[in-house]
Design a protein around this ligand. Structure first.
Ligand code: FMN
Length: 328
């Protein structure tokens, strides 16, 4: 049942994971990434447990907890603050067929903090442990993992990960910044060595995954070797190179035609999957991931950003696809 175990014993290449990103790593984007270079593991965007348990749960399941077989192994990331609700929500997630469940203990956004969830749990270690144990109970044998940061107001790596690693979690991802730092200063990669040391003492089976500012598989390999970690999670790096998880593709050789074709594929799948159920503004944000780093990219992007509807954007992208077919 523990899919993480298939990555042991260590092979030299770290486990490569696409980071959960709200409004970005939805089912459609995960499929687009799969089509050009699949990471070893996908995570969903974070989903509130109270919505999973509410009367309108189908809505949140449609929005955040749908996936296709091609995206496996896939971990559902959930957040909240009530252990009993975590237990119930874990059961729902397990029934949906996910490969694992991850608890978000790192999001710094105020609306989540006000509810005592996500990174607020760093200040409430007893509750954090209760939540993990309750989730494991409800997870029907699925591996439960945690994604978090290295402290709240200041760095407290050892203290905080000791709390987490006293529980039988299967994997622990560290975004190597404090909550107060948001995403600003460079990630404190040197802190991950302390996490490995605590893991070796308290929960040797738990996989340690580092996260923060990594842009390529090569960089991940260097970091994994240097710090003795099991995996690396990459988030914003995918915005600069959607092909990132495919090491055989040199980003310099990706042509404007390739990029525009992939944008069209993304738009078409977005329309087919979500219809008008997901905001067009969310889709528009992706334009920059594809229309970049080639002559006229800025001009084309500006035209695309002026569109008012999904169909309009699809039409203009089709026109450019035809033009680039001829010129490249
Ligand atoms: C737009 C956006 C949305 C995010 N949403 C989530 C989320 O839903 N769950 C989560 O654990 N982290 C979330 N994160 C944080 C990332 O998973 C990751 O920890 C962070 O971006 C640092 O990694 P990076 O430097 O590789 O981007 C989000 C980040 C971004 C930029």
């Amino acid at each position: 049942m523990n899919f993480w175990k298939k990555f042991q014993p260590k092979t030299g290449k770290p486990i490569m994971i696409l980071a959960p990103m709200d409004g970005v790593t939805d089912m459609v984007f995960r499929q687009i990434v799969t089509s050009v270079g699949k990471p070893d593991v996908f995570f969903t965007e974070f989903v509130p447990i109270d919505a999973i348990l509410s009367k309108s749960s189908q809505k949140i399941i449609d929005k955040g907890l749908r996936f296709s077989q091609r995206e496996r192994p896939i971990v559902a990331q959930i957040w909240g603050s009530n252990p009993e609700h975590f237990k119930k929500a874990a059961k729902v997630v397990a029934d949906l067929g996910f490969d694992g469940i991850d608890i978000n203990m790192g999001c710094p956004v105020k609306t989540t903090l006000r509810q005592g969830g996500c990174s607020a749990l760093i200040k409430n270690p007893k509750l954090a442990q209760k939540i993990i144990l309750a989730t494991i109970k409800g997870a029907c044998g699925l591996p439960v993992s945690v994604k978090t940061r290295i402290g709240f107001g200041s760095i407290d790596t050892e203290g905080w990960v000791t709390t987490l690693l006293q529980t039988p979690i299967a994997a622990l991802t560290l975004h190597l910044r404090t909550v107060a730092e948001m995403s600003k200063p460079p990630a404190h990669w040197e802190e991950i060595a302390k996490v490995v040391e605590v893991r070796n003492r308290l929960n040797p089976d738990c996989l340690i995954i580092g996260n923060g500012d990594v842009k390529s598989i090569e960089e991940s390999r260097v970091k994994a070797q240097k710090y003795g970690i099991d995996g690396v999670m990459i988030g914003r790096g995918i915005f600069q190179n959607v092909w990132l998880f495919n090491e055989s593709v040199n980003p310099e050789t990706i042509t404007p035609k390739d990029k525009i074709k992939l944008l069209l594929k993304h738009l078409t799948l977005f329309k087919k999957t979500f219809g008008d159920k997901r905001h067009f503004a969310l889709m528009k944000k992706f334009v920059k991931c594809y229309i970049n780093n080639f002559p006229n990219a800025l001009e084309i992007r500006e035209k695309m950003m002026q569109t008012k509807t999904l169909n309009e954007l699809i039409e203009i992208t089709k026109r450019y696809t035809a033009i680039f077919k001829v010129v490249s």
